[in-house]
Design a binder for this molecule. Structure first.
Ligand SMILES: Cc1ncc(C[n+]2csc(CCOP(=O)(O)OP(=O)(O)O)c2C)c(N)n1
Ligand SMILES: [Mg+2]
Length: 822
């Protein structure tokens, strides 16, 4: 912990009570008359119109889903449509005062929020800006559709564009906001400040915190609104996101203009239900959701329940809360009370609620009651409101006709270009920095104590006389990582890093030692023990335009950020139609010596997930070069490091690790030792085990092994491996991952397919046991040993003269182990 903040036992041990301040519940009670000074007649009417547009849009979708028809137009939409009929006032109120610099994130039920935010942007932007946004979005394809024959003004055109872009997206059309790759639950449109909506309940809970960090760290205008459901308040990412967003350090340790709370509103769209579970009364214990704020920080997150059935109450709340955020006193929690009259989805039979309940809320319908209040206050006549509804109906018919016509709105043509989605999985951009500017640092890099100490180190494992260099004088793998990371901190002003014990401690494995002296808090900070939010916030930071390194202390903790690593990080580039970049590096350290929950190699799990680049260097030269490439790219990289070899020196690269900058391209395996008789392909630190095996093979059996270090799992160019196999006719694959289902098996299968004619025997996999990782004292029975490699070669490829087997690789044993599942 920071030495600047002493923890005084006299203070923390003293006796006292915690006092909770009052949390307002539905305190807004102004009449339209009292609000006259805050709104023009047009403003009042616009609020009504926006709610009607959302209602009609969703009514149309509901009818399409349930009857296959809207106003005589037939269509079959097989995909999802989670509607928010009843919740319009909360969406319009939320978006009313937001600018395009204010970003909203959402959930599976966010059509209304998208439209509300879009309509708000259309009102606030000038005509030229609006037109250029529409014209520049994917070559203006959506604009061309709505512009054809259009005679209205620019704002009306933009409304057509908004509705068409959203609907085409829901119907998976190429003209959709995300080329049809996002769809109903993920649609977004960043030029209007509409950021990803998330089909994983609570998924936005930590991503939006990262977006707020982006705003804060890069001094950008605007706030973030995280729109999530009431039931998501039980989700890990939401809880972790709240903890991450309310850390004391923003107000205590971050300095100068960076000091102060995050610009963020957690806005719970509280419709009182999950799918069918009632949050208040059944599945949660808070009674009133806003109570959550009370436990989080002394200001109770400025929590408040607001009546989301009254758009003016929500607008009023957002205005007040925005002020709190501008005073750097955020983040804020809003419990925006609303009700979903529609089912969870159109197939929902509403078996979990009574007809009377739905009818009671219908009686208080926000659109009808707001309309009546406008009429009573003399702001609008009945006819005028009816005309708005009629025009909206016509508009919806028009948009629906455009969105379902395959000639106007085709799907992505995968038969013409079957690789089209594949091309969108990665951005493959090379960028020194994500933004111009002077990086904020505390000292010149040359003066950094770690840099100075590294200067005195030997960059190759043997000195000029061929003698091994002592560990204290050796340039180690961790130094290679440090050099790449430090260099980028001085190049890219947006680069920030966080994780557990990253600051002061210097990272659990001393990779960051020296960075605390070099960087202010806002570029390197300690996070809560929230692996989900460590990665989730990095995702939000990356998608807004920053580069970031998140650190997961142990590979085994990947399970804690499973959703972020499997569902979020890999998906958003392609789900945006490849508009969004994701320069996020997740450093993951693979352990040993610490038993079952701290020593697992889970490279295979992440390599299985499309959309991630996966790297595992085993030498200082490779670690530095691959980290440089990771930091130069704009794609998500899971960067594995092994705790076995952080202090290893460079043994392979002639001349040792270069002092200057260099990159090692992803996907290019490296031949670490030449050989003629057998190929051994390794992943990670197992390289050193295999080197020992190769020495024995040579000395005892006269077999020359060619050792290839994969370096990267995804992408991977098989050329060198296939060339080697064509020469040797034999291959063993080895890594520390448990063998069953490992990436080695994937590689073995691919090699079999591509080099079958050249192989004398099937590729042989030598991985770890399918057990728990036992204590250090028993590890040699779990992780591959040099002798295992030799046993496997002897039993499965070529008998080695005079060899006595230690480890049984016979077919009988293989069958038995599989039968037993171990
Ligand atoms: C992690 C996860 N669990 C479960 C689901 C299935 N699911 C979709 S919506 C939903 C209810 C969410 O309730 P809430 O957060 O209140 O949002 P609402 O649907 O009411 O808008 C559930 C359980 C999911 N999509 N993601
Ligand atoms: Mg809900």
């Amino acid at each position: 912990m920071p030495k600047s903040q002493n923890i005084d036992p006299k203070i923390v041990r003293r006796s006292e009570y915690i006092e909770f301040g009052k949390i307002p519940v539905n305190q807004y009670n102004k009449t339209i008359g009292q609000e006259m000074k805050n709104y023009s007649v047009d403003d009042f009417i616009r609020i009504y119109r926006d709610m009607v547009i959302i209602r009609e849009f969703e009514t149309m979708l509901n009818l399409i889903k349930t009857t296959g028809e809207y106003s005589g137009i037939s269509y079959n939409h097989p995909g999802p449509a989670h509607l928010s009929i009843g919740q319009e006032a909360s969406a319009v109120g939320m978006a009313y005062n937001l600018s395009v610099d204010d970003y909203i994130f959402g959930s599976h039920r966010s059509h209304g929020e998208i439209l509300a935010k879009g309509l708000s942007a259309i009102t606030s932007l000038d005509g030229d800006t609006l037109y250029s946004i529409m014209k520049n979005y994917f070559g203006g394809n959506a604009l061309k559709v709505v512009e054809k024959g259009f005679t209205g003004n620019i704002r009306e055109l933009a409304i057509n564009f908004l509705l068409y872009g959203a609907l085409a997206e829901i119907f998976a059309r190429e003209n959709g906001f995300n080329k049809g790759l996002g769809g109903s639950m993920h649609a977004f449109f960043t030029p209007f400040g509409i950021y990803p909506n998330n089909a994983i309940v609570g998924g936005s809970g930590d991503i939006s915190v990262g977006a707020a960090l982006y705003k804060k760290i890069n001094r950008k205008n605007g706030i973030i609104v995280c729109n999530i459901g009431d039931a998501s308040s039980a989700c890990g990412p939401v809880w972790e996101g709240i903890c991450f967003a309310t850390m004391d350090q923003y107000k205590t340790l971050w300095s100068g203009e960076y000091r102060g709370g995050l610009p963020l509103i957690f806005n719970f769209m509280n419709n009182l239900y999950g799918m069918g579970g009632q949050t208040a009364g059944e599945t949660m214990g808070f009674g009133i959701l806003a109570r959550i704020g009370a436990g989080i920080n002394p200001e109770s997150m400025h929590a408040e329940r607001v009546d989301g059935y009254n758009p003016l109450a929500v607008i009023d709340a957002f205005k007040r809360k925005k002020k709190i955020i501008e005073e750097k006193k955020g983040p804020v929690l809003l419990d925006t009370l609303t009700y979903r009259i529609s089912g969870h989805s159109p197939s929902d039979a509403s078996s979990y609620r009574s007809k009377e309940e739905i009818e009671a809320w219908q009686k208080e319908d926000s659109i009808i009651s707001y309309g009546n209040r406008l009429i009573e206050a003399g702001i609008a006549g009945n006819g005028q409101l009816e005309e708005i509804r009629r025009q909206t109906g016509e508009l919806m018919e028009h948009i629906l006709n455009l969105a379902i016509d395959p000639r106007i709105s085709p799907l992505l043509d995968l038969s013409k270009d079957p690789d089209i989605i594949g091309k969108m999985m990665f951005s493959n951009v090379s960028a020194d920095k994500m933004e111009d500017g002077i990086p904020d640092v505390l000292m010149p890099l040359e003066e950094n104590p770690r840099v100075r100490s590294i200067k005195t180190k030997e960059r190759f494992y043997k000195d000029k006389d061929g003698k091994p260099v002592s560990r204290a004088k050796l340039f180690q793998l961790r130094d290679g990582l440090f050099e790449a990371i430090a260099d980028r901190f001085y190049k890219d002003p947006t680069l920030a890093a966080w994780g557990e014990e990253n600051r002061d401690w210097g990272g659990a494995f001393a990779v960051y030692r020296g960075l605390t002296e070099a960087l202010p808090y806002h570029r390197l900070f300690n996070s809560p023990i929230s692996e989900g939010a460590i990665v989730g916030t990095a995702i939000g930071y990356g998608m807004c335009g920053g580069r970031v390194i998140a650190e997961i202390m142990y590979c085994d903790f990947l399970g804690r950020c499973g959703d972020e690593v499997f569902n979020q990080l890999p998906k958003w580039q392609a789900m945006s139609g490849n508009l969004i970049r994701m320069p996020v590096i997740v450093r993951v350290s693979v352990g040993s010596k610490y038993g079952a929950q701290h020593s697992q190699d889970w490279t295979s799990l992440v390599a299985h997930i499309p959309g991630l680049k996966v790297v595992f260097p085993a030498t200082p030269y490779d670690a530095k070069g691959l980290m440089n490439s990771a930091l130069q790219g704009t794609d998500p990289v899971i960067f594995f490091e092994s705790q076995r070899i952080y202090d290893t020196g460079e043994m392979f690269h002639e001349g040792g690790v270069p002092e200057g900058y260099y990159e090692i391209p992803f996907g290019d395996p490296d031949i670490k030792r030449k050989g003629e008789d057998i190929t051994i392909l390794t992943i990670g630190a197992t390289l050193y085990t295999v080197i020992k095996a190769a020495d024995i093979l040579k000395e005892k059996y006269g077999v020359g092994a060619e050792i290839i270090d994969a370096r990267t799992l995804v992408p991977f160019d098989y050329t060198k491996v296939l060339d080697s196999v064509k020469k040797t006719g034999k291959i063993v694959l080895a890594s520390d991952a448990s063998a069953r289902g490992s990436f080695l098996k994937e590689m073995a299968q691919t090699i079999t397919e591509l080099a079958f004619d050249y192989l004398d025997a099937p590729p042989v996999v030598v991985g770890s046991r399918n057990w728990i990782t036992p204590a250090y004292e028993m590890e040699q029975f779990f992780f591959p040993q040099p002798e295992w490699v030799i046993d496997a070669i002897h039993e499965k490829i070529i008998p080695l003269k005079g060899h006595r087997v230690i480890n049984d690789f016979s077919p009988e044993k293989t069958l038995k182990l599989n039968r037993e599942g171990v």
